[in-house]
Design a protein around this ligand. Structure first.
Ligand SMILES: [Zn+2]
Ligand SMILES: [Zn+2]
Length: 151
């Protein structure tokens, strides 16, 4: 097995944020376009990545030095802005998940799971990562609940 070849192959599929070094999430061009609006000339190549680190100012980057800062996006996005909805299509925010945890019943999260399976769902289209928000919402709920139980 040629190790050099494998190394190159891995690098080609993984983008690290040029500012914070976080491993970026590969984002389909349609999702990047949906966040950037129609404004041309942003200088991001088709293979875009999302930096998932909340405190990093970079929202999107590519492997050729192109960078889009979160503050330059037309709408605030989660987690760069903790108050922005996690699910842009149904508007579920961290506040809602925290309220579910406080009340001891995931009423809002359950509603989102149901909504996300409906024909109104545009999660993959509207979310900054181009992936459905459901996974992130469930992960956050479980983490916040575990934190509450640990207190
Ligand atoms: Zn970053
Ligand atoms: Zn959603």
């Amino acid at each position: 097995m040629n190790k050099a070849f494998i190394r190159e192959d891995v690098d080609a599929n993984q983008g690290h944020c040029p500012r914070c070094g976080s491993l970026g999430l590969a984002v389909p061009p349609s999702a990047v376009r949906a966040q950037l609006g129609t404004e041309p000339g942003r200088g991001l190549s088709e293979a875009g990545y999302f930096c998932p680190f909340a405190r990093c100012e970079v929202a999107y980057f590519d492997l050729f030095g192109g960078v889009v800062l979160a503050e330059s996006l037309p709408r605030p996005i989660y987690p760069k802005d903790p108050l922005a909805p996690i699910c842009p299509c149904f508007g579920l925010s961290l506040d809602d998940i925290e309220a579910d945890v406080r009340e001891g019943a995931p009423r809002r999260v359950r509603q989102l799971l149901a909504d996300s399976r409906s024909s109104r769902a545009r999660c993959a289209e509207l979310s900054p990562t181009g992936q459905s928000c459901v996974g992130e919402v469930q992960r956050l709920y479980l983490r916040l609940r575990a934190e509450q139980q640990g207190q």
